[in-house]
Design a protein around this ligand. Structure first.
Ligand SMILES: NC(=O)c1ccc[n+]([C@@H]2O[C@H](COP(=O)([O-])OP(=O)(O)OC[C@H]3O[C@@H](n4cnc5c(N)ncnc54)[C@H](O)[C@@H]3O)[C@@H](O)[C@H]2O)c1
Length: 279
């Protein structure tokens, strides 16, 4: 039996397939590149098409196939347009990766109603809308695979009420879709990344010694003691999207170096050994 992890002949949609400018790679960009490397044709969906165009350039240089779709996935019209564009261009929609999400800081007490709505719109509504339009297409063609990018913030407190609510919602949506559409041949899983180093993180925290220190702590707080990147999320998403995962559905897979599997007090001893940046 040959390894079923290849994606030759499959058509994929990745939402948020561009990357916020900055060091490292976003999970959407990395996932699109890895899916293309595995043989899929990939529709690169982004509200900033110039960012998706950078991902396209990497894929084409690699000899892969992709196309850019510019649109706002909080809009049902644009979400439907993205699904139609993939079906028209590639002939099917076999894989959907719902990657868009943004962490807006604030507890319930200090989050504005506008920020709450934005959190839910970006980190949950986008996945609902694109899935709503992709599922009937997948069902009509006999199946497909959906991977939602969740977060450990969906089951751990982070001080970002809207984000945690949206990511917890993303995990719940995953299980519900897996149940509701399993008999249509559609598998639905989620990847829940831990603290990973992405350009989005640098854009929020800045490229400072304090950010480097925080990243060192993030690495040291995992069981492995190493840093996670967008590529780690991408490889997990590509596996779940592929036929190698044909009997896996309704799963939320933490990709977090083991950080959610250990108690904070135990890790505190290790974190004490990390020198703080000099003032
Ligand atoms: N960095 C971490 O530590 C971490 C941890 C857990 C989960 N995550 C999740 O990973 C994902 C982050 O993805 P990324 O690193 O690729 O982020 P990113 O910001 O680099 O890329 C996301 C892309 O989405 C696009 N986008 C934003 N709103 C959009 C919209 N309405 N319609 C279409 N496109 C839109 C942006 O233009 C951007 O290019 C999010 O879901 C985030 O919650 C990150």
């Amino acid at each position: 039996m040959t390894f079923p992890g290849r994606l030759d002949g499959k058509a994929a949609i990745v939402t948020g397939a561009g990357s916020t400018p900055g060091p490292g790679v976003g999970t959407g960009k990395a996932t699109a590149i890895v899916l293309a490397q595995a043989g899929a044709s990939v529709l690169l969906v982004d509200i900033h098409p110039e960012r998706a165009a950078e991902t396209l350039e990497v894929i084409e240089k690699d000899g892969g196939t992709a196309a850019v779709f510019a649109g706002d996935m909080t809009s049902s019209t644009d979400a439907e347009g993205a699904v139609r564009a993939a079906a028209d261009r590639f002939g099917s929609v076999d894989i959907l990766v719902n990657n868009i999400g943004v962490a807006i800081a604030g507890t319930v007490a200090d989050t504005s109603e506008a920020d709450w709505d934005r959190s839910l719109a970006l980190s949950l509504r986008t996945a609902f809308l694109v899935s709503k339009h992709a599922v009937p297409v997948m069902a009509a063609q006999g199946g497909g695979s959906i991977v939602n990018i969740g977060s450990i913030a969906g089951f751990r407190g982070t001080g970002n009420a809207g984000y945690s609510a949206a990511k917890g919602g993303m995990h719940g949506l995953t299980v519900d879709m897996a149940y509701s559409h399993g008999r249509q041949g559609i598998r639905v899983n989620a990847v829940a990344p831990g603290h990973i180093t992405t350009p989005l993180m640098y854009s929020v925290l800045g490229e400072t010694p304090e950010t480097e220190y925080r990243q060192r702590l993030a690495a040291e707080s995992t069981m492995l003691g190493t840093e996670g990147t967008g590529w780690d999320v991408a490889h997990a998403a590509a596996f779940l999207a592929s036929d190698a995962a044909r009997w896996i559905t309704g799963v939320v897979l933490p990709v977090d170096g083991g950080v959610t599997g250990v108690t904070p007090l135990i890790m505190a001893d290790r974190l004490r050994a990390v020198p703080a940046p000099s003032a």
